[in-house]
Ligand binder design. Sequence first.
Ligand SMILES: Cc1cc2nc3c(=O)[nH]c(=O)nc-3n(C[C@H](O)[C@H](O)[C@H](O)COP(=O)(O)OP(=O)(O)OC[C@H]3O[C@@H](n4cnc5c(N)ncnc54)[C@H](O)[C@@H]3O)c2cc1C
Length: 283
Amino acid sequence: MIPMAFDYEVAESVDHAIDLLGQHGEDSKLLAGGHSLIPIMRLRLAAPTVLIDLGRLEELRYVRDGGDHLAIGAMTRHRDLLFNDLVKEHCGIVGWTAGLLGDPSVQHRGTLGGTLSHGDSSGDMPSVITALEGELTIKGPQGERTVEAADFFQDYMMTDLGEQEVVTEIRVPKLAPGTGWSYKKFSRRSQDWATVGVAAVVERSNGSIGSARIALTSMGATPIRAAAVEQALSGASPDAVAEASQSADEGTNPSSDDAASAEFRRHLARVFTQRAVEEALGR
Ligand SMILES: Cc1cc2nc3c(=O)[nH]c(=O)nc-3n(C[C@H](O)[C@H](O)[C@H](O)COP(=O)(O)OP(=O)(O)OC[C@H]3O[C@@H](n4cnc5c(N)ncnc54)[C@H](O)[C@@H]3O)c2cc1C
């Protein structure tokens, strides 16, 4: 289908984008890579009257070493993350997952800020940034603020973003040496969205598991931490992973749709949690 007619503005800076959002009000939308927004406009599930294009904001396209964390500009494309040396060295799960998003054309256009702001719980990056306990920097008319990923995702496609706010940066902690990670994704067709995905970040401590942070994709309205598994694995032997993973679907609320029933999603969450944690442990 063809989208409803809309006007088009080019943002020359973040402040300009914020001004334009203020001028055009609630019917305007920011456009980043367009790989989620344009498809839903074509389905007429969204009909913004004005698109404000962030595409020329090279100032928001970077990966920087922030000391104990990596700072990633919101307009950094998935493809940039896939090949970035800092990401490979300090937070490989981000680059690895960027390589699993759709196909190369999606990766060349889509942005990290866009996929998080879209707030789709079947997106892969929301779970990864949640498992990393990352945070987002958001700028609006009142200035800048920071919000943890866990508080950013509020409901299905609903985030903490105000009407006149722009995500400018995403911060992820550098993983300590010896920290293992994995993102496992099950989809029915290659390059498809996750029927279920599991992001795991696991720290080892003297042969035991020090801590495990696990976030699930497509298991509810937001990315969901597998809290019961995390608790069971804290200080546990790596041999406890299989049993602990049986609680992966506790506290989730998966839906049934064409891709899978809710029950099958629960099963996938248990199986893929075990696989992801074991891979993170190098087993
Ligand atoms: C064929 C196809 C397959 C795909 N497969 C996958 C997949 O397997 N896994 C997956 O996770 N994703 C997948 N995607 C989605 C892809 O990752 C998108 O790039 C991403 O979801 C949105 O990023 P974007 O930069 O394109 O944002 P846009 O589509 O431009 O914007 C999305 C939303 O975020 C808002 N927004 C964008 N940037 C900002 C910002 N800086 N501040 C505030 N609001 C902002 C927009 O207003 C809009 O509401 C797929 C897309 C396609 C078309």
